[in-house]
Design a protein around this ligand. Structure first.
Ligand code: SF4
Length: 316
């Protein structure tokens, strides 16, 4: 949960998740929809799918160890080192954004710590320093140091246990580190979705494919628009492409802005005023007609939450 997410943001999700899945086996035995529902809102849903898959694999092993983690989905160097050191005491340094900042200042690192050269320099130094007898505590200590003392702005060097060895502090250059490479510009995209109702009031939802962005989550039918495409016509086109229905729409009902890691999105939401045909799973893996009151039982991407709220308000 803490990959790309701050502790204070993740904590309520963590508590809810652990209450529902208090053990590896509880998580392994759960259905994916249930896991995604308890991850809903945290973003980067691939992490939830990988965590679930890894739990299933480890639950089959009698006495899991570090080697059983290798090859499990979502277990890269960071997660491997974090689990390995904290659970089994392996002397593997954990490198996250906080650790990079501390190390860049400790070493007055002349390159970005996220560059190949910077990564190597940070890791080599950490491998020399990490104590074999308390690797997990040490890793957590540096991460905490970065989160609470060696903060991005105004590091509290007077309270830092490493200040005597810190090059940047000795030079008075703390604010110059870490070196940050220029960020590529994030493109902006438009998408459209439709609230499609059946005569009995049920609403159509579609489940996204089992791979790619927001995999397996449920949404109001639609999709991304072509550059310059008319929002309403694009909505009808995207709905037909995804669930095979021809629709006509009212005026735009809700507009949502949302930022993903690689692009930002404006989602234009319409109500279908005319619907022709029967739903088919074309660019989705499944669809359902659901009573309004049951929509919240499914996991929706955050960009669709305002639509759920608007439906609930309209029902009052
Ligand atoms: S002395 Fe200051 S700059 Fe250096 S690691 Fe500690 S808090 Fe960070």
């Amino acid at each position: 949960m803490l990959q790309q997410t701050r502790v204070d943001q993740a904590l309520p999700y963590y508590d809810r998740f652990m209450k529902r899945f208090p053990s590896l086996c509880a998580l392994a035995e759960a259905g994916l929809d249930d896991v995604l529902k308890h991850w809903e809102g945290l973003g980067y849903y691939r992490r939830a799918r990988f965590l679930h898959e890894t739990a299933k694999r480890l639950a089959e092993v009698n006495d899991p160890s570090l080697e059983h983690l290798d090859g499990c989905p979502g277990i890269g160097p960071y997660t491997r080192a974090a689990i390995g050191s904290i659970v089994w005491g392996a002397a593997l340094p954990v490198v996250d954004g906080n650790v990079n900042r501390v190390m860049a200042r400790m070493l007055a690192l002349p390159v970005a710590p996220v560059s190949t050269e910077g990564r190597r320099a940070v890791l080599e130094q950490l491998e020399k320093w990490i104590p074999a007898e308390a690797a997990g505590d040490w890793n957590q200590g540096i991460m905490e140091l970065g989160a609470t003392v060696c903060t991005p702005a105004a590091p509290k060097c007077g309270a830092c246990p490493w200040s005597a060895w810190c090059k940047a502090r000795a030079e008075g250059t703390q604010d110059r580190f870490p070196i940050v490479p220029p960020k590529p510009e994030r493109p902006h995209k438009h998408g459209a979705a439709a609230v499609i109702r059946r005569k009995d009031g049920r609403v159509l939802v579609a489940q996204r494919p089992d791979g790619g962005l927001l995999a397996n989550l449920w949404e109001f039918p639609g999709g991304l628009l072509e550059p310059g495409e008319d929002f309403s016509a694009g909505c009808a086109r995207a709905v037909e492409a995804q669930v095979g229905l021809a629709i006509e729409t009212s005026e735009e009902w809700v507009q949502v802005r949302h930022a993903f890691s690689h692009f930002s999105l404006t989602l234009h939401v319409f109500c279908a005023t005319k619907v022709i045909g029967r739903p088919r799973a074309r660019l989705c893996q499944a669809w359902k007609w659901l009573p309004e009151g049951e929509l919240r039982t499914l996991a929706f991407p955050r960009a669709h939450w305002p639509v759920l709220e608007k439906i609930e308000q309209a029902a009052k």
